[in-house]
Design a protein around this ligand. Structure first.
Ligand SMILES: Nc1ncnc2c1ncn2[C@@H]1O[C@H](COP(=O)(O)OP(=O)(O)OP(=O)(O)O)[C@@H](O)[C@H]1O
Ligand SMILES: [Mg+2]
Length: 493
């Protein structure tokens, strides 16, 4: 048999197979899935058009809320249904439905869900693979197909496909879902962190309870907290009037000072003072998502974006030779928000000098820089009282105050905890804290074997000459913390 013969035999066989397939196809009733959807849209599924609304994973919960609100408005009785069949994850809904009448035989199945947080303690079910029949704003029948992230199949974000007979019906539905999504945004008014999923390299957003700190919980040199509050909260309170007079609302605050002096603590105090304001906290590698975070802040304003320990980002030269691309990305994101947006950027750092050039080159990013210094004698007294909490201090504080010069605020928190432990150990109960308890705790912390703890808690080495709060808040502040301990990124405490 020559090649031509073989070819004609193959062609004949192919045609026979096609006819056989056609025969089988014709003789079977079309699958339920096909019937359900084509009955709804009143036509051939292959003639539908599809438009898609796609988002990163962390928007899945908002997409679900947008779709829920849409369904409530246009088809309150509509019910989700799923699809079963091999390979459904590898194709879009359009194709899946179009071929559902043929040999792939996709069938109606269970809806796939996962849970997604809607607050610090609440979560809802969101559809990761499912369909629902509804109507476009113009009344035309449409199909919505929703998919969430499916790691196994390389599907990263989430999306809704809208299938309709006409493009205009589909795009009108898409616009309305998007609008409703924004209206029902679960992130509005919440305290959020942008995290970084190293495994998948994408961003994740988590909720945190809003701290509840009172002004007396924050021990700072006189006037510092008021200055910070006036800048962040004062502007927010007068947002409308400022806007009306063409004044810009966007503001940048830099809190700088040695570790453990209360920068994060001050930020947490601001959060408690701003109920209902969206707060987005970013640190470490998650800062690469600053663009997304800034977009979220603009959308959900009034908002505060907290950039913790920015000096670490400024020093990250891993991606570019002689400058820090992440720092530029960060500043670009700050610049990218219009001045009329009620968005505050709060930056914290141990090393303002690292940021100096970048900030000096483009004024307007930081309009207030405040030093958070180590506590002076008066502040140390106040810290001893604060962290003794409800326990009576039956002690002369002066010797302790004198011996703790140069220690940070966080040192006192630990000192008092140890004093309580000493009391428990010695007396088996805690009544009042005495000189004995306090000095034993201090001895413990001062002992050389505790040197590491001391450095981790950020106490000043004796030879360092640093501001103790005498300098007025200002920027740049020279000679800030030369050495700093190695760090772990800490979530808000
Ligand atoms: N000024 C302060 N007044 C009262 N408590 C404080 C103060 N500063 C720190 N603390 C206590 O010490 C803890 C650690 O301080 P905080 O995390 O605010 O330090 P930080 O300045 O942000 O340090 P780092 O540079 O290491 O981030 C706080 O959670 C708080 O309990
Ligand atoms: Mg901090």
């Amino acid at each position: 048999m020559d090649v031509a013969d073989a070819r004609s035999l193959a062609l004949a066989l192919k045609s026979l197979l096609q006819q056989a397939h056609h025969l089988v196809d014709e003789s079977q009733p079309p699958p339920e899935l096909y019937v359900k959807v084509s009955d709804h849209v009143g036509g051939r599924l292959r003639d539908l058009v599809s438009v898609t609304l796609a988002f990163p994973e962390w928007e899945h919960v908002n997409l679900q809320r947008g779709v829920d609100a849409y369904l409530a408005a246009h088809s309150p009785q509509a019910e989700w249904f799923g699809v079963s069949g091999h390979g459904r994850e590898h194709t879009d809904f359009m194709n899946l439905l179009a071929v559902s009448s043929r040999w792939e035989r996709y069938e109606i199945g269970a809806v796939d869900y996962r849970t997604a947080a809607t607050g610090p303690d609440e979560a809802v079910e969101v559809v990761t693979f499912g369909l629902v029949l509804t109507r476009a704003p113009d009344g035309a029948p449409i199909v919505l197909g929703m998919r969430g992230p499916a790691e196994m199949y390389g599907m990263e974000g989430c999306r809704v496909e809208i299938l309709a007979a006409s493009r205009s019906s589909a795009t009108a539905a898409r616009a309305e879902i998007e609008r409703l999504m924004r209206e029902h945004d679960v992130y509005r008014g919440q305290v959020l962190t942008f995290g970084f999923n190293e495994h998948r390299g994408n961003s994740v957003v988590s909720f945190f309870p809003r701290p509840a700190l009172r002004p007396q919980d924050v021990i700072l040199p006189e006037g510092v907290l008021e200055t910070v509050e006036r800048h962040v909260i004062g502007i927010a309170e007068h947002a409308e009037a400022l806007r009306a007079h063409g004044q810009h609302l966007k503001r940048g605050l830099l809190l700088h000072g040695p570790p453990g002096t209360g920068k994060t603590h001050t930020v947490r105090y601001l959060m408690s003072r701003l109920p209902g304001v969206t707060v987005i906290v970013m640190s470490g590698p998650a800062m690469q998502f600053i663009g997304q975070a800034a977009g979220l802040a603009r959308r959900l304003q009034p908002a505060v974006v907290v950039l913790e320990d920015v000096d670490l980002v400024a020093q990250d030269r891993s991606l570019m030779e002689d400058s820090s691309p992440l720092l530029f990305t960060l500043f670009d994101a700050m610049d990218g928000i219009g001045g009329d947006a009620d968005v505050t950027f709060v930056l914290t750092t141990n090393r303002p000098e690292v940021l100096e050039d970048a900030l000096a080159n483009r004024p307007g990013r930081i309009d207030l820089a405040v030093e958070v210094p180590r506590p002076d004698a008066e502040a140390r007294r106040a810290l001893l009282r604060l962290y003794s909490r409800d326990l009576e201090l039956r002690a002369d504080l002066e010797p302790i105050v004198a011996r703790t010069e140069g220690m940070t605020a966080s040192f006192f928190k630990e000192l008092l905890r140890r004093a309580v432990l000493v009391a428990l150990r010695e007396d088996g109960r805690v009544g009042a804290l005495t000189d004995g308890h306090l000095s034993a705790a201090l001895e413990e912390m001062m002992a050389s074997r505790e040197a590491l703890t001391r450095s981790l808690l950020g106490s000043a080495p004796g030879d360092e000459e640093e501001g103790q709060g005498e300098e007025p808040p200002g920027f740049p502040a020279p000679g800030i913390a030369a050495a700093r301990p190695g760090r772990v990124f800490l979530r808000p405490r």
